[in-house]
Design a protein around this ligand. Structure first.
Ligand SMILES: [Zn+2]
Length: 628
């Protein structure tokens, strides 16, 4: 998110509307307002960068004038795009002299253009994002801060607050007065990022958000008191009138905000249990009366494009939503159980998980090992671990780190989880020739320097990865294996002979994600004698270690966020020699220690002793029993 934020304030391009030659005076300060870089690539006539006097966008309280230049320009723009004719523009200009209306609104009133077409063009040419009420879930807590009457008068709707930036849907993004008035009710000191929205869309969004209950508890109360139409037709709409439609949105919003990776809807006996997986651990959120389950599952299946009539077969579907300011993909899986259909919604937050290498939790030693690996011009670097161990996040961070204009980095993924700037990402498609193995073949013809293959899971992919490495490329991929050394026999099982592995696999990272102790509430305690044995220290002088407690900041779990516990096995000629001779993993690991290899358990124990994680949480993910 922060990355997105810095992109936004860093941009220096002026919007098309702020061109100096536009009719009417345009003060130079207005450039700051338009300096969002989210300008769609399709914007045809982007002016050259304006290096002068554009102040930082942190205080965009003086945007371009409301009725002058910006709106006159929009007419030309629409003619240029062929959406209205020159004659129609003349008519509107004539009308404009007699009324004080905005050009865009006039064109809509005259019936020359539809409102949604207008707001799409406005969004594109201004460089601001468009607010689409149909696919956006707005933060109900923000709505409470701005009175309805103010929202209507200023024609704005607060959408999301993320750190220092507040996204505000506006009927007229150049209305300075509206921003200033709304600002008094909104959190102090935040940067306001306008979102383009058409007049009528905004009006109906205001009606919806101010007219109905949006908290989960409130909606549940509402459901208990009234009779509601549970027909398919009622549940298919986009509107907010139906409480179950709102309930599903509220749960999705709540789960994304809580940082959950999955939502579990579990019918059981007379109730429905709702659980989130947060930081890798399931947490019960609430229980709902079973009467509501049929309609909730119905609604979820409708938006995920699944067959609502079929309740006897496993199914899956997907949908996307803008939740607050994040673009989130949801994958829904349904499985019939003895208590009814069980639904799990996986949350893929495309804007949430892009980390820098320094945020990955590497110890200084492992960081140095990694640095050395990355300097090798060719060969395979693997990240191993079970599903959900953060392999892809780690490799994305590495790709971002090595990314430069001099390198062609190409990826083949299933699916593309996050869009990475300057990296060409392709998605494997079932039933086409773009499989992992065939895709790598195609990628190799695209003159890459670095190739990232989402996962090596079959023989064909393994041998293509090897071929890519042997022909002078750096290849990154993930593999299911328990530890770093375990990747070698796994690749051998996939048909790569020892002789081929040696020299081509240059390094293997293995990792697990372990819950971090909540910094707001964790305490310290002395390690027990048994724990001292695990740490390998004298029980007579037990070290202090962190203990989970629980507070509101961590939802009373004692943990907040996760950190990776890693091991990096760097290959070299000596170890390669052992691989060729078929040395056992035990021997290999032992020899690797001479070259800097620290087993994952030790990396984890160092993190326990430094107070970042607890021993309990480490033992959930990493096997330390052999040290007992
Ligand atoms: Zn806490």
């Amino acid at each position: 998110m922060e990355l997105e934020f810095s992109d936004r304030v860093g941009g220096k391009e002026a919007p098309a509307e702020a061109k100096p030659e536009a009719a009417g005076p345009v003060p130079a300060v207005s450039l700051a307002f338009g300096s969002s870089v989210q300008a769609p690539a399709a914007a045809p006539a982007a002016p050259p960068p304006v290096p002068t006097s554009a102040p930082t966008a942190a205080t965009p309280s003086v945007p371009a004038p409301s009725n002058g230049a910006s709106m006159a320009r929009i007419g030309d723009k629409l003619v240029e795009l062929g959406l209205i004719s020159k004659d129609q523009l003349q008519v509107a200009l004539y009308e404009k002299k007699r009324s004080n209306k905005l050009m865009g609104n006039l064109l809509v009133e005259l019936g020359f253009i539809t409102e949604s077409a207008l707001s799409a063009v406005l969004a594109e040419s201004s460089g601001f994002e468009r607010f689409d009420p149909k696919s956006t879930v707005v933060d109900p807590a923000l709505i409470k801060q701005l009175p309805k009457e103010m929202a209507q008068r200023c024609r704005v709707l607060p959408v999301s607050l993320d750190g220092e930036s507040l996204r505000l849907a506006m009927a007229d993004i150049y209305d300075v007065l509206a921003i200033d008035q709304a600002r008094r009710y909104l959190p102090q000191g935040v940067e306001i990022i306008p979102l383009v929205c058409s007049e009528s869309e905004l009006a109906s969004a205001i009606d919806q958000y101010y007219g109905y209950e949006f908290s989960i508890d409130g909606i549940l109360r509402e459901l208990e008191t009234g009779n509601h139409d549970l027909s398919s037709a009622a549940l298919s709409g986009d509107g907010y009138v139906h409480p179950l439609v709102r309930l599903v949105n509220a749960v999705l919003f709540d789960a994304v905000k809580a940082g959950a990776s999955d939502i579990h809807f579990e019918p059981e006996g007379s109730f429905l249990r709702l659980r989130y997986r947060i930081d890798g651990v399931l947490t019960q959120i609430r229980t709902v009366h079973k009467d509501h389950w049929a309609a909730i599952s119905h609604r979820l299946k409708i938006i995920a494009g699944m067959n609502i009539a079929d309740k006897l077969n496993p199914q899956d579907g997907r949908f996307s939503l803008t939740v607050g300011q994040r673009h989130v993909d949801f994958r829904v899986s349904a499985l019939p159980t003895v208590h009814g259909e069980n639904l799990v919604v996986r949350i893929l937050d495309r804007s949430g998980s892009l980390l820098a290498v320094d945020q990955l939790g590497f110890s200084a030693g492992n960081r140095a090992l990694l640095e050395r690996l990355l300097k090798r011009p060719e060969g395979i670097i693997l990240a191993t671990g079970p599903t959900g161990s953060g392999k892809t996040t780690t490799l994305y961070a590495v790709l971002t780190y090595i990314n430069s204009l001099e390198r062609n980095i190409m990826t083949l993924e299933d699916p593309v989880e996050y869009a990475l700037p300057l990296i060409r990402q392709a998605q494997v498609r079932e039933g086409t020739s773009l499989t992992f193995a065939e895709g790598v073949r195609a990628l190799l013809r695209q003159d890459p320097d670095v190739i990232f293959i989402g996962e090596v899971r079959d023989q064909a992919t393994a041998s293509m990865a090897l071929r890519a490495a042997m022909t002078g490329h750096q290849v990154y991929s993930t593999l299911h294996a328990n530890d770093a050394a375990g990747a070698l026999p796994r690749l051998h099982d996939l048909g790569l002979h020892h002789g081929l592995l040696a020299g081509n696999v240059i390094g293997i990272i293995a990792q697990r994600l372990v819950r971090r102790l909540c910094t707001a509430c964790s305490t310290q305690r002395s390690a027990t004698a048994e724990e001292c044995r695990i740490f390998g220290v004298d029980p007579g002088r037990p070290p202090q270690i962190g203990q989970a407690v629980g507070c509101p900041a961590c939802r009373h779990t004692g943990y907040k966020g996760r950190i990776a516990v890693q091991e990096i096995l760097p290959m070299n000629p000596e170890l390669d020699e052992m691989v060729i001779k078929g040395a056992s993993l035990t021997h290999l690991r032992k020899a690797a220690r001479d070259y800097g290899f620290i087993p994952m358990a030790e990396d984890g124990i160092a993190k326990v002793l430094s107070g970042v994680i607890s021993l309990e949480s480490l033992m959930r993910s990493v096997d330390v029993t052999e040290r007992l």
